[in-house]
Design a protein around this ligand. Structure first.
Ligand SMILES: Nc1nc2c(c(=O)[nH]1)N[C@H]1C(S)=C(S)[C@@H](COP(=O)(O)O)O[C@H]1N2
Ligand SMILES: [Mo]
Length: 367
């Protein structure tokens, strides 16, 4: 199991309470030890942007629907706001969340535990717009494009500026929980979270939920763009020859929020260990906690019911050890599909999908 996080220090705190991982563009994470309610307030919800936040005027904004459709559409912000809406709760996790735990260190934003949040999203189901446009029979993917543009920070870089574009399979795109969202937690999206409109693809890593959505293109061939093949992709080795495939569903994962990394605890006292667990494509069924670096495991209790694609907060009432010293705490979830989190990071995912139990080191004081 990967153990010692190398880059746990060197944090600067953003005025509103988020921790800065990269400035210009904004890449800010939640201090995960501040996890409290089921819903993450917008002020504490991580921001992951590859390019500067575009300033879009809702009066002139247009959403284009094009490609293999019967009728192309150009919708205004007002058009979207007057269409039938739906609200759903979804956890978004950046595929690189927990990267600081990788050893050797991996390039990219050194996310600790806070590039994840759970919010209530309101918008028009993507399926409503796709139905209005009329998809051709042979459409296999829906390509979502944002208004932001630039040159990516990570190698290999494309030859010039590109926009942020991701596709999702048609089968997923037409499910009623995939939204063209305009509200987060009952308020209009903030500029950093995608104002005026963004996609929300529940159960997928955050990269699928394209912000500042300006164009939707129905395509009859699988989309091979930079964010689909170079970044946010992995090596699928299952057929013998490695094939590059786009990341999609979030893997089952759990995180400890409290105690926080390197917290100093008093001996022989009640302490409630607290965290959250989530998954895409299955439900979180059990949570197990280790107080001895993985040698033994005890079962924790959930604070939230199962709610597909939303996290479940959990707790374990611990009596801290009497013996002073350093202790390693771990959490490991089991899914309704009977799978558990893996022992270590799968290198086929590169610097993404950090889904193994992440060690939280704490110190117990002398009495
Ligand atoms: N247009 C656009 N959409 C985007 C991104 C981006 O850089 N540009 N980042 C993606 C990634 S990698 C993540 S994890 C989520 C983060 O959403 P948030 O900033 O609202 O938390 O947005 C996704 N949508
Ligand atoms: Mo991300």
């Amino acid at each position: 199991m990967d153990m010692q996080p190398e880059n746990w220090s060197g944090t600067a705190v953003h005025p509103v309470g988020l921790v800065i991982r990269q400035k210009d563009p904004n890449n800010l994470e939640m201090p995960f030890d501040q996890l409290d309610g089921f819903i993450t307030p917008a002020e504490l919800f991580y921001i992951r942007s590859h390019f500067p936040t575009p300033q879009l005027d809702p009066a002139t904004y247009r959403l284009a629907i094009a490609g293999a459709v019967r009728s192309e559409l150009r919708l205004s912000y007002a058009d979207i706001r007057t269409m039938p809406s739906r609200t759903c709760i979804a956890t978004l996790e950046c595929a690189g969340n927990g990267r600081v735990f990788l050893s050797p260190p991996a390039p990219g934003a050194q996310w600790q535990l806070g590039a994840v949040g759970n919010a209530e999203w309101t918008g028009v189901p993507l399926s409503v717009v796709l139905e209005r446009a009329g998809l051709a029979d042979d459409v296999c993917e829906i390509v979502l494009e944002g208004a932001d543009r630039g040159i990516p920070k990570e190698e290999p870089k494309p030859p010039g500026p590109i926009s942020y574009v991701r596709s999702i399979p048609r089968t997923r795109a037409i499910e009623s929980d995939v939204l063209i969202a305009y509200q987060m937690n009952g308020r209009d999206l903030t500029p950093d979270h995608g104002y005026p409109l963004r996609a929300i693809v529940p159960g997928h890593y955050g990269m699928a939920s394209v912000k500042w959505l300006t164009s939707i293109v129905a395509t009859t061939r699988s989309f091979q763009g930079y964010w689909q093949t170079s970044d946010y992709a992995y090596w699928d080795n299952s057929a013998g020859t490695p094939i590059r495939r786009p990341l999609a569903e979030m893997k089952l994962k759990s995180q400890i929020a409290r105690p926080r990394m390197y917290e100093i605890l008093q001996p022989d006292r009640p302490y409630t260990i607290f965290g959250a667990a989530w998954a895409g494509g299955t439900d979180v069924a059990e949570i197990w906690i280790s107080l001895d670096g993985g040698a033994s495991w005890v079962q924790g209790d959930f604070l939230d019911p199962i709610n597909r694609n939303a996290w479940r907060r959990w707790k374990y009432d611990w009596i801290t050890p009497t013996r002073p010293g350093r202790y390693t705490l771990l959490a490991r979830a089991r899914g309704a599909d009977q799978r558990t989190q893996p022992d270590g990071h799968n290198p086929n995912f590169g610097s993404y999908v950090i889904d193994h139990p992440l060690p939280i080191e704490v110190f117990v004081n002398a009495p």
